[in-house]
Design a protein around this ligand. Structure first.
Ligand code: ZN
Length: 222
């Protein structure tokens, strides 16, 4: 039995024990009784890595959801256009990748609106999915996003690809934690070398063989 060694640890244990459904404002997973799972990629588009991921997804005939940073869309519009043309889902991940835990209305609204606009100008696509950078937000940020009719999407499994582990570590992490309804967090834009793509080359066929079906986040939540 876990012992509460300090207030912080007690609080963490309590928060972990709160059912996801208790906080319907933020979505972390889909139906656990289905075999559907959603790959999500944050921080792109990236001029090279996004395209490699799109090639890989196309090879397996599966679709994913890309939470894009508006500023990166302004630099690299082509991978985003390609993602939309291939039927992938796009989500809003702010314009400057600004953590929203200490931001309120004006900043949050500008970050969301500017990104919404550049996605639309680039692709003609309107998204209703929002993911706060680093999963960091406060109630005010949630209120602003929801007032704009966004669903706030976090994740079930953080692959921790941002820590630059070897591919086998990412594979083990996902394999140990994935379940029906999971939303898997990957990144298609990282300044340092990432082994996420190598991990995906192993994971996608493995998860398909186990009976999982890859869908977009909206399909997962439908
Ligand atoms: Zn991010």
């Amino acid at each position: 039995m876990k012992k509460c060694l300090s207030f912080l640890i007690c609080a963490a244990i309590f928060l972990q024990s709160v059912p996801v459904s208790a906080n319907s404002a933020v979505i972390r997973s889909g139906n656990p009784d289905s075999m559907k799972i959603a790959l999500t990629f944050d921080d792109g588009p990236h001029p090279y890595k996004t395209n490699v991921i799109l090639d890989l997804l196309e090879q397996y005939g599966i679709r994913a959801t890309f939470f894009v940073v508006g500023e990166n869309v302004s630099y690299y519009p082509e991978p985003l256009k390609r993602a939309v043309a291939l039927g992938h889902e796009i989500g809003n991940h702010t314009y400057h990748h600004t953590p929203l835990s200490s931001s309120c209305e004006k900043t949050v609204a500008e970050e969301i609106e500017k990104t919404e606009e550049i996605i639309f100008q680039t692709t003609g696509y309107r998204t209703t999915l929002f993911r706060p950078p680093e999963g960091s937000y406060n109630q005010c940020a949630l209120n602003v996003a929801q007032s704009k009719n966004y669903r706030v999407i976090l994740w079930t499994v953080d692959t921790r690809d941002w820590e630059n582990p070897v591919a086998d570590t990412i594979v083990s992490n996902v394999t140990a934690n994935v379940k029906g309804g999971s939303i898997l967090l990957f990144h298609d834009y990282m300044s340092k070398k990432s082994h996420a793509i190598d991990a995906l080359r192993i994971l996608i066929p493995n998860l398909l063989a186990k009976g999982y079906e890859f869908v977009t986040v909206s399909e997962l939540l439908a």
